[in-house]
Structure formats: C-alpha cells, structure tokens
Design a protein around this ligand. Structure first.
Ligand code: B16
Ligand code: MG
Length: 217
C-alpha cells in the first residue's frame, strides 16, 4: 500500500514559534496588552488573521479593520526580519535523518502548514527538494482543525487519507489529522497532544523502526 508522510512546519520541522512570539509581542505591547509565552501557545497552528483576533480578545481591545490590516502587515514584516538569516541549522533535531530515511525508502512526503511563509522557510533551510507536495496557508480557506490542508496534501500525493501519516505539534493540527481519518503523530507534550495516535517529545525520539512499521502496516 502506498503511504504518504505529511509534515506540519512550525514546531515540527523548524522552531519558528519563537519568532512569531517576538513579532506578536511587539504588537501586543504596543496596544498595552500583556502577551506571555503561555499566551503564545494559543497561536500555534492558528492562522495569522485569527492569531491577531485572539490577542485582541485577550486584551479586550476592539479595533477597526483598517488598524487590524496595518498590524497584520507589521507583524509579518517583523516576523520576516527574523527569518533573514535562517539556514539549515534551524531544522529541529532529528528531522533531517527522518526525511532522508523516507526519501531512501521512496516514500511520498508533503508539507501541510497554516503558514503563508512556508516555501521561503523550506528554501532557506535547504529542505524544499525533499517535498513532493506543499500545501500551505496560501492554498487553503479553512484553518486547522478543519482537515482541508491535510486532505489536499494527500490528494496531491495520490494517497488515501487512511494511509496518510501526519506529524503535528498543535492540538488543532492533531484534530485535523484525526478528522481526516489520518494517522496522527503528535510532536511535543503528551498531556497537551493526548488526542494523537502516537506521541513523541521530538524527532530524536522517533527511530527508523517506527517509520518502517508505518510504511509496512
Ligand atoms: P504565517 P504551522 C502556523 O504554522 C503557526 O504555527 C502559527 O503560529 C502561525 O500563525 C501560522 O502558521 C501562520 O503563519 O503568519 O507565516 O502565515 O504550525 O501550521 O506550520
Ligand atoms: Mg505547528
């Protein structure tokens, strides 16, 4: 049976959450809203537009569409400034060997991310050529936990959802994979990602035996 391996980007392949955090914190503080790392957890896997709404809700701030648009542009410009010097050293530990192993085994690989900056990030980290399909925030209309992003990726790889494996660090992403009837692999805290079929703290905890098992069964 043909399998598909679908990877989320932020928090799975690279740790861009810290840059999203810095950029959002600047906006929040500008508006007098307290924004902590704990608050930042709420934004993982969430679209840019929805992230701003969550921050405004946290601070009970009402804003015009015009102001919101201005802050969204400012946030992204600031975020992109942190990515200027990004290179392969920012690939999270254990990810590269797994991608290489999947390629050796000729397994189809896709990206399923909410980010509109996914392609430049894969390019800067030298990973673009590992992906047979890329579905990102520019391609989908419904955000995770809607399964659209992962279903589109499986379709591009011509693999049934039930034979697709999704690696995700966010609760919404794990739910999206489950709703798509895919095999969800949570990357992070078991207490947070308990809805995932399998959970690993990071990719260094995943060995090639586990991947072979996924390919075989
Ligand atoms: P952008 P993922 C998500 O990526 C991030 O987790 C989330 O924090 C971010 O707001 C979203 O992408 C949109 O990103 O502003 O670059 O379009 O985890 O789905 O890869
Ligand atoms: Mg993520």
């Amino acid at each position: 049976i043909k399998k598909a391996f679908i990877f989320d980007l932020d928090g799975v392949i690279v740790d861009t959450a810290k840059y999203h955090y810095l950029a959002w914190k600047k906006i929040a503080n500008q508006l007098g809203i307290e924004f902590t790392l704990e608050h930042n957890e709420l934004l993982k896997g969430v679209s840019r537009v929805r992230s701003l709404d969550i921050i405004l809700e946290l601070g009970k701030v009402e804003a015009s569409q015009e102001n919101k648009n201005k802050w969204l542009v400012q946030k992204n410009e600031d975020y992109l400034s942190y990515l200027v010097d990004m290179n392969e050293s920012e690939i999270l530990p254990g990810v590269f060997p797994i991608l290489q192993f999947l390629r050796e085994k000729q397994q189809p690989i896709a990206l399923g991310s909410a980010s509109k900056n996914a392609r430049p990030i894969l390019d800067k980290t030298g990973l673009l050529s590992y992906f047979d399909a890329i579905v990102d925030g520019n391609d989908v209309t419904n955000a995770k936990p809607d399964p659209e992003v992962f279903l589109m990726a499986a379709k591009l790889l011509k693999v049934n959802p039930e034979h697709s494996i999704v690696f995700e660090d966010s609760v919404a992403g794990v739910q999206a994979a489950n709703i798509a009837k895919m095999i969800s692999v949570g990357i992070g805290e078991g207490s947070i990602l308990h809805e995932a079929k399998y959970i690993f703290k990071d990719f260094t905890a995943i060995d090639t035996d586990f991947i072979e098992e996924l390919i075989r069964t």
